[in-house]
Structures are given as C-alpha cells and as structure tokens.
Design a binder for this molecule. Structure first.
Ligand SMILES: Cc1ncc(COP(=O)(O)O)c(C=O)c1O
Length: 401
C-alpha cells in the first residue's frame, strides 16, 4: 500500500476521488516503460522492433479478451472511455446506413448522452429511459420502448454502473430484452471493471466500453469489445489498424498498460471490493449519524463498493469540497465533468432529487490507497464544516426562525 502523500505543508492528503481517476500502479508503469524508448517500434513495421511492439500489443489484446470472456479479434483499442462510447454508438448507427432510434437511459455519462444528442441532430430519435429513485432502469421500460417501435431501433446503450452514485444496472436482464428484439446492446462498463465481475457472455452484451485510468492504468487508453458479427463502421479513417475498425498508429505502451492494469484489477476484484465496501460503509454510517438530514444517493445494495454519494441539505457542494480540500481531502460533487459547473447533476435529477438538494451532494470514491484512518479523518472533519456552512446558509433553520 502507498504511503499517504503529504502536501507541501505536511498536511495529510487523502484522495477520495478514484471515480474521477486513479494513479498508475508501479507494476503497470514497469511493464509499460520499455515500450516508450527501447521497444518503441511501430506495431505495423515488419522489422524486429516493429514485430516486438506488435507481439506486445497482441499479447495485451489476448489478455483483455480472456479477462472479459471474449476473443482477441473482438477487442478494439481506443483512446479511452469517451472514444469507446462514441465508436460503439456512432459506429453501430453508421453501419446501418440510415437514421433510426437509439434507446439509452437518463443517467448515462456525458460520453454517451452527448453522443446520442449529436445523432439526434442528424435525424436519429433518442429515447432516454427513466430511472427509479435508486437510479435503476427497469427492464420492463426497455421492453415497452422496444415493442412500441419495433424494427426501428439501431442500438440500446445503458451503462453498467453509474459514475456519480454507483448504482449497478440490471445489465443481464436489459441485454436479454434487447436480444429478444434482435437489437445490439452496448454497455459503458468504465466504472465497473475491477469493482464487479464483468464477462460479456454472462452479461449477454454486444459492445462494452473500458477505460484504463479508472483501474490504475494510464490515461488516454481504452478498449471497446465488439461481439463477432456486430456491424460497426469506423469513425476514424486511415491505415488498416485494429482490423480496419480504428485507424491510427497504436499506443503500444498504453495498450500494454491497460492489459496489465486490468489483469491486476480483475485478480483482486473480490477481496479488494469487500475491503472497499467495509471502509465505505464505515464512512457512510459515520456521516449519516453525525450530519443531520444527510442521506445516501444510489441503490442501497446494487451499488459499486467504493462509491458513496451523500446529500447534505442546506450546505453547498462546492463549498464543502473546497473546505475539505483545505484540510487535505479530495472528493467530488458528482462526475469530474459536471463538477466545476453550477448545473445540477442530471443523474440526481433523474432520480427525483430536486436541484436545490442536489447542490448539496458529495461523492467520495475510495481506492487502493484508502484506509480506515482516512474514513475516520473525513468523519472528524466534515461534520464541523457542514455545521459552519449551515450556520451561514440562508436556508438554515436558525436564520429562518
Ligand atoms: C461511466 C463513464 N463513462 C465514460 C467515461 C469517460 O472515460 P475517459 O475519461 O476514459 O474518456 C467516464 C469517465 O469519467 C465514466 O465514468
């Protein structure tokens, strides 16, 4: 386990934003290093250096495929989760050749929602399924949407686990509904890998997105699983890389890194998930007890083990984050992409949480470095921060009375 990094002031630094990104593991960095300057060859070159790079890339592809329960020719390496989502959605849509309907959920990551919105502008119809108060999509709603528009749906895309609240969607059931209607099913599994078991056949999905930097791999590399027989058009044109499905010289060090990181993450999935769950539950219980009116967002059980999204009424999320940062705690007010804006979270809104309440939400996402001491430190620091902010809030009981 890593030592906590001490800031320049010597203050404890606690990183609880692993849902945004994670540090690269030493083992991963070590495996990647030779492919930057030593075995730096282009994987398409015929000489020895090129062939060594090619071998490393194909070994990585085999590893990723076997971890997902897929075949190597079903793996396309990409530049990350965003590209994998774009390729899945736009690629399947383009392969069909004419506009149709895409069914998604209202709680997807922006990489999916904005991609669907872009296709909407091009004439596709997009149906965004609702979720219940825990963030779950109902298979019956998907069934109804597919039956109402039989034959016209190009793709169903529903995420495996939500990045803001951690709710795990019933992908197996949802994919079965899509299969019954012979519609390809894509899932964004970016937050799920390494936290819950992911096997493409068990889930019954046709396409699945992965991103290395969420499980201690490098940033800027990802993968898209595409089931053999699924029609997909490339978005990027050029050389015949990735079997003609994604042109561009491959990021060999990154590809070696994602496979190594995924192997380590999957090997630890049971044990580490349980450790994180216990730590998360300790933090959850402590905060719920200490902070009046606070409540947890997301499903109580069907939830990623490392995510705690908590709503604290009458305390502003960004203000809490800044004060936590000042005492060395890095957390988030939702997804890394929406924090920093004043827009309330679309995920919390879809779950029926009013905007004024959603503004008082924090996401703690634990990781390999997290310890019991970290949880206790947050439990000690956050309640007085909340008390202080509430005392200043125009909504606080004291000021209203
Ligand atoms: C669910 C989900 N999908 C997609 C992405 C985007 O992945 P990347 O950062 O690799 O582009 C993220 C990252 O925040 C995510 O959480």
């Amino acid at each position: 386990m890593h030592e906590h990094v001490k800031g320049t002031t010597g203050m404890k630094q606690i990183y609880l934003d692993n849902g945004a990104t994670t540090p690269v593991r030493c083992e991963v960095l070590e495996e990647m290093t030779p492919y930057f300057a030593e075995d730096f060859g282009n994987a398409s070159s015929v000489h020895g250096r090129g062939q060594r790079a090619h071998r490393a890339m194909e070994d990585a592809r085999e590893k990723m495929a076997s971890l997902l329960g897929a075949s190597p020719n079903e793996i396309i390496f990409t530049s990350g989760g965003t590209e994998s989502d774009n390729l899945a959605i736009k690629g399947v849509a383009a392969a069909r050749g004419r506009a149709g309907r895409i069914i998604t959920s209202s709680v997807e990551h922006r990489a999916v929602l904005a991609t669907c919105a872009a296709l909407e502008k091009q004439g596709y119809e997009v149906i965004r399924l609702p979720v219940d108060r825990f963030g779950l999509v109902a298979p019956a709603d998907l069934h109804e949407a597919l039956s109402a528009h039989r034959g016209e749906t190009v793709l169903v895309t529903i995420m495996m686990a939500n990045n803001e609240v951690g709710t795990i969607e019933p992908i197996k059931e949802l994919a079965a509904v899509a299969a019954e209607a012979s519609v390809p099913f894509h899932t964004d599994a970016v937050q799920a890998i390494g936290k819950v078991p992911v096997n493409v056949d068990e889930l019954g999905v046709d396409l699945l997105s992965v991103s290395a930097h969420k499980f201690y791999g490098p940033k800027g590399v990802g993968a898209l699983y595409v089931r053999a027989g699924t029609r997909i058009a490339p978005l990027q044109h050029g050389g015949h890389h990735e079997n003609g499905r994604r042109a561009g010289t491959e990021n060999v060090p990154g590809i070696v890194g994602i496979a190594c990181a995924m192997e380590l993450a999957c090997a630890e999935v049971g044990e580490e998930a349980e450790r994180l769950r216990q730590l998360r539950d300790r933090l959850q219980q402590g905060l719920l007890e200490e902070i009046e009116d606070s409540r947890v967002n997301g499903h109580p059980v069907q939830r990623l083990p490392h995510i705690l999204n908590i709503t604290i009424p009458n305390a502003e999320g960004e203000a809490m984050l800044l004060r936590l940062d000042a005492v060395g705690v890095a957390a988030s007010s939702g997804s890394a992409c929406t924090s920093g804006t004043l827009e309330p979270s679309h995920v919390l809104a879809a779950m029926g949480i009013p905007p004024e309440t959603a503004h008082g939400s924090l996401r703690f996402s634990l990781g390999r470095m997290s310890t019991t001491d970290d949880m206790d430190y947050v439990m000690e620091k956050l309640p007085p921060i909340v008390e202080n902010l509430r005392a200043m809030s125009p909504f606080s009981k004291e000021l209203r009375s």
